[in-house]
Write a protein of this length. Sequence first.
Length: 540
Amino acid sequence: MTRQSVPTDRVADGVHDRTLTADVLIIGGSLAGSWAALSARAAGARVIVAEKGYLGTAGVVAAATVGGRYLLPDDAKQRRDTISSRHDTAYGLDDLAFTERVYDQCYHAHQTLESLGYQPGTGIAPLQRRGFLGFPGATALRFFRQQLLKAEVRILDHSPALELLLTEGGAAAGAAGINRQTGETWAVRAGAVILATGGNAFLSGAIGTNGVTGDGYLMAAEAGAHFAGMEFSGHYGIAPVGNNCTKGYWYSSATFYDADRKEIERNGWGAVPDVAKAVMETGGAYASINRTDPSFPGLGRMGSPNLFRYFKHFGIDPYTERFPVALIYEGTVRAVGGVVIDADTATSVPGLYAAGDVTDRTKLTGASMSGAGPAVSWCLASGEWSGKNAAAFAAARNGRAAGRPLQAIGAAGLRPRRDAGQADASAIRAGIQAEILPIEKNVFRTVSGVRDSLARLDRLWEQSRDGLAGGTARDILQAREVAALGATARWIYSSALERKETRGLHRFKDHPELDPDQQHHVLNGGLDEIWVRTERPSIP
């Protein structure tokens, strides 16, 4: 057996090279997962973090500077402005009391980080006074790694989880996975589990998103959890052609143009559908960062160094010249859909909690994107709450994690129903991406187009379920990722069909207007048979 060769039947039979125990297992080690680990450890729990990559360099946060907002306790205007900053674009689906709770919790996170000695960097520090908490890429996550090690949190690097482990009563009690480098299989028995795996960008190539493939969604659904807001996923980032950096402060300071050099009316994030329209109707789009103030260039280079290296390499002066841009799908990463959780960040599965981008965030920003501030605040708030509450749940079990019989529940891509190894993972992945990545299909949707895509995605899911499996560690991981891609795409389009209107990140050409009668949440779940239902917000 080669170093990375892991017979699929060993993984499927639940044979593991290493079995560990913890009070709390956290799957995912970016911002939300790291903060959840520190929170659980502060509550006295023994904590293990299983990270798909190397904790400190993996994930969306590590690839670019991000920032979150918090509320200043003694500044009433700042509090009002921050809480309501996304209210108009939420289209009636946000909850301002919830938003206030999140931003207040982020203020406490800010205080804790200061007490730990966190220094965000000279480029961001001036913004701290305005209630902004900055995280300059991998520098911040290296700080988090140091804090985790200091707190004696055990880190499993390069160790993606493949499936959850449940008790006979259906409670989450651990997970099993594989080490991508050595091929070793592992299992962690735990009193509670936190999913912090991020969203799903469908391997579009957007910066920092190659590891976020919907793994947490798939594991949650297999355990019986469900989703909300998945239709609000038509978000694409704007990047220079040939560059993958969709992040940056530059959007709001740029002017966008179609291929005929005609100026596009909107800038900022609101320009995304207009840029898509320009590409589809005129064959391309351009931008120039010509609306900037004198202080912007330094901040922009600090916030998006990959972008400005691109400009330097090609000799482009982005402040005076026009450069061609393209749209790269970011899926649910900066959108709002995800696993439904309660006020304590618990899913509907006992013992299973979730934090960060893997969760539903419609109460925070409604039908519009959660990126550029709220998402980071949510990572810290949900990380704090999930760590504390998961630790309490585990403590109530009185350390019974080690001896209980557990059931491994991974299916598609891991335990095929029929023809193991007969399905082509690469072909299935390409088929899924063909339905979800093109702007012609997913920026401006049509009812017939969504139905046709769903029919093709259902067939691809059947192939994944019946024959998708892998031999090496890399193959097994790819099989599960492809299964997660297919499942996520079906949840997105199933939710989209239910909402026959245009609202926020969900745009139907057949129904171009917002319908006041559809001010509801769309919930869905299931794998082979997807169910969909609506629910009115529990707020005025």
